[in-house]
Ligand binder design. Structure first.
Ligand code: KG4
Ligand code: ZN
Length: 339
């Protein structure tokens, strides 16, 4: 069968990324231009700055992706692009770029849901992974526990009631002066701390055992810091980071294992920026081994935002016949499973 080559573009937040993907699973190039250094100054992503920077970078990133893959626009079969959820001004840059290329080269345009992209990152390095499987999606904006019933078909079992897991990492990191983005910094600092030093709450939601809540643990961390300050005591930041991280990871693993048991799923995957967390990866792997489940996780570079995962998702959408028109727009609050 002829190979299918897709150029994918991702610009939903603070990375401008492009990738050429063959048959959904082979990455020919993966270019990521990160704006982290710019946003660090403000302690978080500034939407207006993100959009402007995407405009500056997008052509260059696409050209580099084509060059690294050793292909031209004439070799492509389709253009895939993230059209939601995310920052509207940031998404629009990628969508406009994708539409322009697709229109000029008369190529099919395939809009991709950002979270479907994160889940699809698992297909890149695991040729044996096929739906159905259970996937925990933990990013800066989302925390979902889903059954991937088929490519692009999701049954949502649980979600966060308040903060996303990544958001909790970022807020706690800011509170202890680690700066943005907080997740990788807490991950690193935790290695020097004792995860049993402070017991933070693990929220249980009575009505839905697969739902999550992270605002309680975040408030408990802030209270702990305030109380220490009032008493004039120094906070051991490494112990605090490690204890907070353990509280979050314990809940993520516990709920995933419960869902796996209840829904008789024996393949477990993780996805999203927080899936690059060392403690989460180790704890989930251990729990999967203990329960006899097969564990899948993308390499850290495919966990945080990238276009390779969008190319993987776009391929399966393309094969299913998903096509978008020239009226494709950015949808900042696009729901999972919507097209
Ligand atoms: O998936 P992603 O790159 O962007 C979104 O779609 O949101 O996720 C970014 C989030 C941020 O909150 C960041 O702090 C978190 O993922 N993150 C981590 C780690 N690396 C990134 N959280 C914990 N540990 C990490 N190593
Ligand atoms: Zn993301």
């Amino acid at each position: 069968m002829k190979d299918t080559l897709i150029l994918a573009i991702e610009s939903s937040c603070d990375e401008t990324a492009a990738s050429v993907v063959k048959n959904g699973r082979t990455i020919l190039s993966n270019v990521i231009s990160s704006q982290i250094e710019l946003h660090k100054l403000y302690g978080g992503v500034v939407p207006e700055i993100a959009s402007r920077k995407h405009i500056e970078k997008v052509n260059q990133v696409v050209e580099e992706a084509l060059k690294n893959a050793d292909v031209t626009l004439d070799d492509l079969d389709a253009i895939g692009v993230t059209y939601g959820p995310g920052l509207v001004g940031a998404l629009l840059v990628g969508v406009a770029e994708a539409k322009a290329i697709a229109y000029a080269k008369k190529l099919p345009l395939v809009g991709v849901h950002h979270i479907e992209g994160h889940v699809s990152a698992n297909y890149i390095e695991h040729p044996d992974l096929e739906p159905p499987f259970l996937c925990l999606i933990v990013s800066g904006g989302h925390t979902h526990l889903v059954i991937v019933k088929d490519y692009g078909e999701f049954e949502i079992l649980g979600r966060t009631r308040d903060d996303a897991a990544g958001e909790a990492f970022d807020k706690v990191a800011r509170a202890i002066g680690l700066g943005y983005p907080g997740g990788p910094k807490i991950d690193k600092l935790s290695k020097e701390g004792n995860p049993e030093a402070i017991v933070f709450p693990r929220a249980k939601i009575g009505t839905c055992p697969y739902d999550f809540s992270f605002s309680g643990v975040k408030s408990a961390v802030l209270n702990y810091i305030n109380q220490a300050q009032m008493k004039g005591e120094e906070v051991n930041r490494a112990d605090l980071a490690a204890s907070f991280q353990k509280a979050v990871v314990d809940v993520l693993v516990e709920h995933t294992m419960l869902a796996a048991k209840d829904y008789k799923m024996d393949k477990i995957a993780i996805a999203g920026g927080v899936a690059s967390n060392g403690t989460l990866r180790a704890a989930m792997e251990k729990a999967c081994v203990e329960n006899g489940y097969k564990f899948y996780r993308p390499s850290p570079i495919f966990c945080t935002d990238n276009a390779a995962m969008i190319g993987a998702a776009a391929y399966y959408e393309y094969m299913k016949g998903t096509r978008h028109g020239w009226d494709l727009n950015a949808v900042p609050n696009l729901k999972l499973g919507e097209r």
